[in-house]
Design a protein around this ligand. Structure first.
Ligand code: FAD
Length: 487
């Protein structure tokens, strides 16, 4: 049999479930990635993720060639198509006379719809579609409550996850044992991975940010993180400290295997590492939100708790002006503004700051969480529908196991607690660098002489606060009145 491996959010050879099954089942396997115009057309022309994907494809093509070369197979590699996946993929499959397409699951609603279209087109030509779990440790309905329902509270989910996990679920797929089935790419399809410009994109500051792409990049980051995983529980909340792994973008595009990460964390946890235990918990949150989206796809547009859709958000020009100030980091709250500068300049935002900025948008500015969710979706390198939606619904209190609606972060207290020395704020808001102590966290309370000495004129080179936190807090408690009875 001849098969076609369709790479999507799994841009690696090592420990790739679908690739393993394809190579094992077929006499020869072709490999393809589709630059899907349905996705690309909606994006800005300079998008760090597209550059990350392109670099990762170059790395992937190299890995495929190298695996094949061990068996003396020349010209193996990756076919890169540009077009609508629903059409381009079945066309290629027909042209290569393949019997079956192999891919890994992608449970986002739009991806499922796309796959359905592909399955039907393939079936019409007598071709099969086989798909596999690869992106998470447990998916869909693999972890259920005792009454057979999906979990909607994290802690019991985590306990069930930890009880179920064992070597079977964490074992790597030995792709290399079957790589002799990699097929040479026919001349008509043989080409290097196209440059960004060839499919209408521009380069970004990805290289300047030193965000390493591909499996090689993921490996580099993970090896470095393993040496500080032990401290993760103590360092992870401070944005000025190198605490987290920065692997989000690699997990998003599958340039590193979740099984390898979870196996390492579990081993270190069993060896008594508190940091590893907390990091493993974060990986379990990832599975948790993935199964929420899969079992409750309505969360993509609606509140997990339906009564929260009765909340009236701010509307009209004033709301748009406030939203714009948040997007551009002009709220007058330094930690919020520095965090927004971080996402705008780098595509990354520290987890603590994602919570702070989301809470601020929703509960200080009274803006619908979906606006913020969409902004993050456009800007985060590691944007993932299930985790992003989970994070936003957590902050808006409308999600499963969310923070209670009356818990409203105080942006100044958060700043004093998690960026006490102001190192993070100074990095992203150099115009405030001359302020010290409490004034850096709340410049509007600084004495005029202090502001003058630091060269700051509020309203001119740094904004006055767009809202007063205490007033906003009171308004928010009123705004959430419709859900009070149900909480
Ligand atoms: P680390 O702290 O090293 O964590 C390791 C990995 O665990 C992450 O890469 C991620 O895959 C997973 N993880 C960690 N925390 C969470 C979480 N709360 N939920 C789900 N998975 C988690 N994460 C995304 O991957 N994509 C998103 O689009 C996203 N949007 C978010 C939006 C909001 C409002 C909030 C509050 C959180 C969001 N998160 C999202 C979760 C978390 O902030 C990021 O995963 C994390 O900051 C990525 O950095 P890291 O790789 O250094 O994380």
């Amino acid at each position: 049999d001849t098969g076609l491996m369709w790479f999507r959010r799994d841009l690696r050879c090592q420990d790739n479930a679908a690739l393993y099954h394809a190579l094992k089942a077929c006499r020869q396997i072709f490999c393809v990635f589709v630059l899907d115009s349905d996705i690309l057309d909606a994006l800005p022309r300079a998008d760090r993720r597209i550059e990350f994907i392109r670099e990762s494809l170059v790395d992937l093509a190299g890995q495929l060639q190298q695996l094949a070369s061990h068996h003396g197979i020349a010209e193996a590699g990756l076919v890169t198509l540009h077009g609508r996946a629903g059409q381009a993929l079945p066309e290629l499959a027909r042209a290569l006379s393949i019997n079956a397409v192999f891919a890994n699951h992608d449970d986002e609603p739009q991806s499922l719809a796309r796959d359905q279209q592909v399955v039907e087109a393939l079936a019409a030509s007598g071709m099969a579609f086989h798909s596999f779990k690869d992106h998470v440790i447990f998916e869909r309905q693999e972890v259920l409550t005792q009454t057979g329902k999906p979990y909607s509270v994290f802690t019991p989910y985590k306990n069930a996850w930890l009880k179920k996990v064992d070597a079977f679920y964490l074992r790597a797929y030995p792709v290399e044992n079957h790589s002799a089935a990699l097929a040479p790419v026919p001349a008509a399809w043989r080409a290097a991975v196209p440059e960004l410009a060839a499919f209408g994109f521009e380069s970004t500051n990805l290289a300047a940010l030193k965000i390493p792409a591909g499996s090689a990049g993921g490996r580099l980051l993970f090896d470095e993180f393993v040496s500080r995983m032990d401290q993760y529980h103590a360092t992870r909340n401070f944005p000025a400290v190198k605490g987290p792994s920065y692997l989000g973008v690699h997990l998003r595009f599958g340039t590193i295997s979740i099984r390898e990460l979870a196996a390492t964390a579990l081993r270190m946890q069993q060896g008594g590492s508190e940091g590893a235990a907390v990091w493993l918990s974060e990986l379990i949150w990832r599975d948790f939100y993935a199964q929420i989206l899969s079992n409750f796809p309505r969360v993509a547009t609606a509140s997990f708790k339906p009564e929260y859709d009765a909340i009236q958000w701010e509307q009209g020009p004033h709301a748009h002006a406030l939203f714009q100030a948040w997007c551009e980091g002009r709220t007058g709250y330094p930690l919020v503004d520095a965090a927004m500068a971080q996402i705008n300049q780098t595509g990354y935002m520290h987890n603590r700051l994602r919570m702070v900025t989301a809470c601020f948008l929703i509960k200080d500015l009274g803006i619908d969480w979906r606006w913020g969710e969409a902004y993050f979706a456009r800007h985060l390198n590691d944007f993932d529908l299930s985790a992003n939606n989970g994070g936003w619904q957590w902050a808006s209190s409308s999600g499963c196991d969310a923070q209670p609606y009356f818990r409203i972060f105080n942006p100044v207290t958060q700043s004093e607690k998690f960026d006490a020395g102001g190192k993070f704020i100074r990095k992203y808001l150099p115009q405030l660098a001359g302020l010290t102590g409490a004034s850096l966290h709340s410049p509007w309370l600084a004495r005029p002489v202090e502001l003058a000495a630091a060269g700051i004129e509020l309203g001119r080179n740094y904004p006055l606060p767009v809202v007063k936190h205490d007033e906003a807090r009171a308004l928010t408690l009123l705004r959430y009145a419709p859900v009070k009875k149900s909480t």
